[in-house]
Design a protein around this ligand. Structure first.
Ligand SMILES: Cc1ncc(COP(=O)(O)O)c(C=O)c1O
Length: 464
């Protein structure tokens, strides 16, 4: 690494420690830390400040779908900025946003034909929740406001979207709109009661949903919000038929089904949207973000069913206002980038993702031969390696907060960035990853987990 580069990195680290507040900080280090500083990115790789070239295992935060340093997207950013860098969505619109809305609608299932653009995933979910409240107010159903969500879900960091989140870790010290939420069990097949068949587990979850509707009353419930696959919860794929059964209960009870596809949309599962293609469900609203621009520009949104909009247009309150908008809704640069990103997906990247997926899982699944690994699961180019202290009982490893981080540390030494999640490691590489690169990634994970096992044994933490 050239000397001047090293000096710049050192300065950036100091600046971060002195002035930057990172997301999700602990009180003890808030405003006083610098996280792993990255330099350049290229394709599936990022370079760190120690001069290492690392495979970007989590594709940033499930977002760099077309890979880093894509020239077409980079050029589009500049071209659109030189054409129209911004327009107020309050009283004007732009060509890129209108075209993108049409093209997204063409991919969305059923009658989901209109798009409201936001700045990311949290604002997409927040917009959907506020829309559900507005929708029921206009229909004269002011009491129909509760939201059904699930343990293990993650939906964002704005007040309402965060109130849906299911991880205890994120709830300990923060405030939430808990009075609005009905929280149900996590549909995690790996953690289902021992001996319970998968179908019986699904039926149990569906019965829990139906019971909650009865207990709280459909007249008090506005919506169900769920990720098709719980991403940050550990790539949890629910049992087959689960979503379809829940969709039916929602339809029967006038409860909106909101699919949070912030992670699963735009290619991660080989389709622009996964709800219908992978789970045979047509939601009322789909939220998206991340992969829509492959992370090159902050953009998200919700696609809304025409049925809901028609019902508002013909309501008794045509003057009622959905008083919700963002300065950067429909940002022309974000929308222009998203159009090119969609071109790339449509050209061949969706096909390629579906084609490479079985190989990815074949390789990831081989990690189950390691004693520390309880399960490797996933779908599309998403996988989770869940570590356990005891494969029989599925107990997470003792010192569980450390295991993912330990694996990540070893893998980074070997050339792979991992996303540690307590006792799990989540993998969601850029969709452009090749077979050879998958081999390398799997090899590094194997060695990184093996080294972690050796450390845990040596330190007397684990004797598996
Ligand atoms: C399913 C899901 N919804 C919403 C969000 C929030 O998105 P953002 O961080 O862009 O606000 C995330 C972020 O990871 C997510 O995984």
């Amino acid at each position: 690494m050239p000397d001047n580069q090293a000096v710049l990195y050192k300065k950036a680290t100091e600046d971060a420690v002195n002035h930057l507040i990172q997301p999700w900080p602990s009180a003890g280090s808030i405003g006083a830390e610098s996280r792993e500083l990255l330099g350049a990115g290229e394709g599936i790789y990022v370079h760190d400040t120690k001069g290492r070239k690392l495979i970007d295992g989590p594709a940033g935060m499930w977002c760099t779908n077309v890979g880093h340093r894509n020239e077409v997207l980079a050029d589009t950013l500049k071209e659109q900025a030189m054409e129209l860098s911004y327009n107020s969505p309050w009283y004007t619109s732009s060509e890129p946003s209108a075209e993108l809305a049409r093209r997204i609608a063409e991919h969305a299932p059923g009658d989901l034909n209109h798009v409201f653009f936001t700045t990311g995933g949290s604002t997409a979910v927040e917009s959907a929740l506020r829309f559900a409240q507005f929708y029921n107010n206009v229909r004269g159903l002011e009491g129909k406001k509760k939201i059904i969500c699930r343990d293990g879900g993650y939906h964002g960091s704005t007040y309402l979207s965060a109130s849906l989140n299911g991880s205890q870790r994120s709830r300990n010290w923060m405030d939430f709109a808990d009075e609005m939420m009905i929280r149900l069990s996590c549909p995690d097949p790996f953690r289902r009661p021992k001996g319970l068949r998968l179908e019986a587990f699904r039926d149990q979850l569906v019965a829990e949903f139906a019971d909650a509707v009865k207990e709280h009353g459909a007249e008090n419930i506005a919506a169900f919000v769920g990720e098709p696959i719980m991403a940050s919860g550990g790539v949890i794929v629910p049992p087959e038929g689960y979503f379809k059964a829940i969709r039916d209960i929602c339809s029967e009870n006038d409860i909106l089904f909101i699919a949070d596809e912030v992670v699963t949309a735009f290619g991660r599962l080989g389709h622009v949207f996964a709800s219908e293609a992978c789970f045979d469900v047509v939601p009322d609203i789909i939220t998206f973000a991340k992969g829509v621009t492959s992370g090159y520009f902050p953009l998200g949104g919700m696609v809304v069913s025409d049925r809901l909009l028609a019902s508002l247009r013909t309501s008794n309150h045509p003057e009622a206002m959905y008083a919700h908008g963002l300065t950067y809704s429909s940002h022309p640069i974000g929308c222009a980038v998203a159009l090119k990103n969609l071109d790339i997906l449509e050209d061949d990247l969706l096909d390629y993702t579906r084609e490479i997926t079985p190989y990815f899982h074949e390789k990831m699944k081989m990690l189950e031969e390691l004693e520390l690994v309880g399960e490797v699961r996933g779908m599309g180019l998403m996988a989770c390696i869940e570590c356990v202290a005891d494969r029989e009982s599925h107990n997470p490893i003792r010192l569980d907060t450390e295991v993912g981080v330990r694996i990540d540390r070893h893998c980074q030494d070997l050339g792979l960035l991992v996303r540690p999640l307590v006792h799990m490691c989540v993998m969601s590489p850029p969709l452009v990853i090749t077979r050879d690169q998958i081999d390398t990634m799997a090899g590094i994970l194997h060695e990184g987990i093996s080294r972690t096992m050796r450390d845990l044994r040596q330190e007397g933490i684990w004797n598996g």
